[in-house]
Design a protein around this ligand. Structure first.
Ligand code: ADP
Length: 291
């Protein structure tokens, strides 16, 4: 599929890989990166890059780096009320969250360097602004230049400035969805720590059934019906796919790009060679959301 991006350029076969926080970190232990998995994924990506002509953007989550710090200082909720010292404490919390993401990003960059992958970290906090937690501006100029120059842009969930709330957290999932829309991306691979979408959270119910394929024309209304927006929160009814808090944001972001005909694959990036096999169109247990 050829798609014209916002700047009028045509990019063929551009893909985005999302490396979920659950893949690159152990979410149960603050500041624990899964260095073995990151190294392996860097090597897998190095292997497929020549096959996809270096047309790739990578976005990673915050996992046990960004999340606990952001939660401690309530960064997602925006600027709190209080006296100067309260406000200063929260601002320092914003900086701490930023630093945690820089640390995780730096570990990832090291792995990619060892695998000879020319990633270029592009921090969303410096190029984007949100309004009530949704992206209102995002400067993609450096991304296009990087891609043209044969680099792999590497972005991540980040604390960002927000027009209404002062600041907030911009999730990796929202970045993926936004870039997929505006950059004419052909395929989005969402790597997490389970084999795709299940009828229920497979970690809570081991009998949950995997969902292999969701066809837009056939399943869109059904999936959409499970997601009802109530102001900023998304509620999911227990009918077809039961999704807990963790998956809710992901699914609502995905819905937005699925309806535009972009192929989305949710897969287990903790399993060796799944990423490689997906790129080579080999059969892997995963969920495909197709046109
Ligand atoms: P990541 O950090 O990889 O971006 P999250 O941890 O936010 O991903 O979400 C993935 C988790 O969502 C899985 O580990 C799984 O336990 C949970 N989950 C909840 N509901 C579902 C579902 N219906 N299908 C698959 N996973 C689900």
């Amino acid at each position: 599929m050829n798609q014209k991006n916002k700047s009028g350029e045509v990019w063929e076969h551009l893909s985005i890989i999302k490396l979920g926080g659950s893949v690159i970190t152990d979410k149960s232990v603050p500041f624990r990166a899964r260095k073995g998995d990151i190294d392996r994924l860097a090597r897998e990506i190095a292997g497929i890059l020549p096959e996809i002509d270096y047309r790739l953007i990578i976005v990673h989550g915050g996992g046990s780096y960004g999340h606990p710090v952001a939660a401690k200082y309530k960064i997602k909720e925006g600027v709190c009320e209080g006296d100067f010292s309260t406000l200063l404490r929260q601002r320092l919390g914003f900086t701490q969250t930023k630093k945690a993401m820089i640390e995780l990003n730096s570990i990832i960059v090291d792995s990619f360097l060892r695998a000879n992958v020319p990633v270029v970290p592009i921090p969303p906090s410096a190029i984007s602004i949100t309004k009530n937690e949704r992206i209102s501006s995002f400067d993609t100029a450096a991304l296009y230049r990087a891609l043209k120059g044969g680099f792999i842009p590497l972005l991540h969930g980040d604390p960002v400035f927000d027009e209404e709330k002062g600041f907030t957290i911009l999730s990796g999932d929202q970045i993926v969805s936004y870039l997929a829309r505006i950059m004419g991306v052909e395929r989005v691979l969402i790597g997490t720590d389970v084999d795709g979408l299940y009828t229920e959270d497979p970690k809570i119910n081991p009998d949950a059934k995997p969902v292999d394929i969701l066809k837009y024309s056939h399943d869109y209304e059904a999936v959409l019906a499970k997601l009802t927006r109530d102001k900023e929160r998304v509620k999911v009814e227990k009918i077809f796919i039961d999704v807990t808090d963790q998956m809710i944001g992901k699914i609502s972001e995905i819905i937005d790009i699925w309806k535009r005909g972009i192929e989305i694959i949710i897969f287990n990036a903790r399993k060796p060679n799944y990423l490689t096999r997906i790129f080579r169109n080999e059969k892997v247990p995963c969920t495909r959301l197709i046109d």
